[in-house]
Design a protein around this ligand. Structure first.
Ligand SMILES: Cc1cc2nc3c(=O)[nH]c(=O)nc-3n(C[C@H](O)[C@H](O)[C@H](O)COP(=O)(O)OP(=O)(O)OC[C@H]3O[C@@H](n4cnc5c(N)ncnc54)[C@H](O)[C@@H]3O)c2cc1C
Length: 384
C-alpha cells in the first residue's frame, strides 16, 4: 500500500488543475473534432510523471495510492476524458508487471514505463470476443528461446502511438478449464507486430484505438510475465479492480463536468424573464445530477480506499464503475436538455460528454457483467 500526505496530494492536484486550465482546456474542442492525438499534452503528462503515477518509487514512479490516482483521473476527465485513456491502460500494463512480473522484468520495464519512454496498454479483446476472454484465439507457440505469436487484437487503446502491450494469448488451446491455457506477454513492436487499422468511434477522440495483427511475431521467452505459462487470465483479471476504479473515476469526471456546465449555464440563460435555474423543472434536474455526482464520487473513494488497504474489492469497484458510468450517461443527457439547442452544438462541450459517457458502461467489463459480479459477491459474502 502506498501513502502520501494530504499536503502532497493537494499540491499534485493543484498543479494538475493549473495545467488543465492553461494547457488543456483551450485546445480540447479543436483536438477533439480533428480526432488528433495530443502530442504536446502527452509530453506534459510525461513531465508530471503521470505515466508512472501508480508505479512504486523504487522503479521510478510516483507510487500514488489508488485514491489519489482516482482524484487525478476525475479531474482530467472533467476537462477531456480521452487524456486519461492514454496513461490508464498504460498503467494497467505496468500493474501487471509490478504485481506478477519477475524481478528482471520489473527492473527492465517499470522505469521505462514510469518515464513514459515506453508507452502502451492492454491487448486482450479480439474480433470475436471481449467479455468472454477465455475464448481468445491468439496463439503463442514455444520455439527455442522465443515464442511465435499469431492472431488479431482489436479495440486496443494506444494501439498506434504505443510501442508495448500486455498481450493475452493462448499457450494451450485444449486444456480445461480454458483459463489454464492463457498466458500474458510484454509485446514490443517489431517485425510481425503491425497495426492493421485505426478504428473510428463515436467519442473518446484523440486517443488511438486500433486493430493489431501478430503474424509470426517472435517474442523472447523472458517477456512472458512472471515466467510461467497458464497464469495470463489471472494477470488480466488482477488488473481489473484498478481499471474499474479508473473507469468509475472517469465517469465521475464526466458527470461532474455535465453538472458544472449546467449550473453555470442555467444561471445565465433566461426564459420567461428569469434565469432557467429558477424554473422548477430545471432545479429538479440539477438536484438529481448533483446527487448522482456525490454518490458516484463516494463509491469511487470507498473502492479506492479498499484497494489501497489491500482488501479484495471486486464488488466495490464493480459498484463504483456501474453507478458512476450510468451517472455520466444520465448527467450528460440532462446537461444536453438544460442547454437546449446549444447542448447539441459542436461549439460546446456538452455533446462530447454525451458521446464519451456510454464508453464508461462498456470498458473494463460491461455494466451487465458488473451487476453479475456484484450479485455473486453478495451471495459469497453472505452465505445462507
Ligand atoms: C473505445 C474502446 C476502447 C477499448 N479499449 C480496449 C483496450 O485497450 N484493450 C482491450 O483489450 N479491449 C479494449 N476495448 C474492448 C472492450 O473491453 C470490449 O468492447 C468489452 O469488454 C466488451 O466486449 P465486446 O465488445 O466483445 O462485447 P461482448 O462481449 O460481445 O458483449 C455484447 C453484449 O453482451 C453482454 N454479455 C456478454 N456476456 C454476458 C454474460 N455472460 N451475461 C450477461 N451479458 C453478457 C455484454 O454486457 C454486452 O451487452 C475497448 C473498447 C472500446 C469501445
Amino acid at each position: 500500500m502506498n501513502a502520501i500526505t494530504r499536503e502532497d496530494e493537494t499540491q499534485i492536484l493543484d498543479s494538475i488543475q493549473r495545467w488543465l486550465d492553461k494547457d488543456v482546456k483551450p485546445h480540447v474542442l479543436r483536438l477533439e473534432h480533428a480526432d488528433e492525438y495530443p502530442h504536446e499534452m502527452v509530453a506534459q503528462m510525461k513531465e508530471f510523471g503521470l505515466f508512472g503515477a501508480t508505479i512504486p518509487p523504487e522503479y521510478g514512479g510516483l507510487g500514488l495510492p489508488a485514491s489519489t490516482y482516482a482524484k487525478i483521473v476525475t479531474m482530467i476527465s472533467s476537462v477531456w476524458m480521452s487524456l486519461t485513456g492514454i496513461f490508464n491502460s498504460h498503467l494497467i500494463m505496468a500493474t501487471a508487471v509490478q504485481r506478477y512480473g519477475t524481478e528482471a522484468q520489473k527492473r527492465h520495464f517499470l522505469p521505462r514505463f514510469a518515464a513514459g519512454e515506453i508507452r502502451g496498454g492492454l491487448a486482450l479483446t479480439e474480433p470475436d470476443c471481449g467479455t468472454d476472454l477465455q475464448a481468445i484465439r491468439t496463439r503463442a507457440v514455444r520455439d527455442g528461446d522465443d515464442y511465435v505469436i499469431n492472431g488479431t487484437k482489436t479495440w486496443i487503446s494506444n494501439g498506434i502511438e504505443g510501442s508495448c502491450f500486455a498481450l493475452l494469448v493462448k499457450t494451450d488451446m485444449d486444456v480445461q478449464p480454458r483459463h489454464r491455457g492463457m498466458t500474458m506477454f510484454l509485446a514490443e513492436k517489431r517485425d510481425g507486430f503491425s497495426v492493421s487499422r485505426k478504428l473510428e468511434k463515436l467519442g473518446y477522440k484523440g486517443l488511438d484505438s486500433a486493430e493489431l495483427i501478430f503474424q509470426d511475431y517472435r517474442v523472447p521467452a523472458d517477456c512472458l510475465i512472471g515466467g510461467e505459462e497458464g497464469r495470463g487470465f489471472h494477470h488480466a483479471v488482477g488488473g481489473l479492480e484498478l481499471g474499474r476504479i479508473n473507469v468509475a473515476a472517469r465517469g465521475v469526471g464526466i458527470a461532474n463536468a455535465a453538472l458544472r456546465d449546467s449550473v453555470a449555464y442555467a444561471q445565465v440563460r433566461k426564459t420567461m424573464g428569469k434565469p432557467i435555474c429558477e424554473h422548477q423543472a430545471i432545479q429538479l434536474k440539477l438536484g438529481d445530477m448533483a446527487t448522482r455526482c456525490e454518490a458516484a464520487r463516494l463509491l469511487v473513494e470507498s473502492a479506492a480506499g479498499a484497494y489501497d488497504r489491500g482488501e479484495r474489492c471486486d464488488m466495490e469497484a464493480g459498484m463504483a464503475k456501474l453507478f458512476a458510468s450510468e451517472a455520466a450517461v444520465e448527467n450528460s443527457l440532462e446537461a444536453m436538455r438544460i442547454h437546449g439547442g446549444y447542448g447539441y452544438s459542436k461549439e460546446f462541450d456538452i455533446e462530447r460528454y454525451y458521446r464519451d459517457a456510454p464508453l464508461m458502461c462498456i470498458g473494463e467489463g460491461t455494466n451487465e457483467i458488473q451487476r453479475i459480479i456484484i450479485a455473486k459477491q453478495l451471495v459469497a459474502r453472505n452465505p445462507a
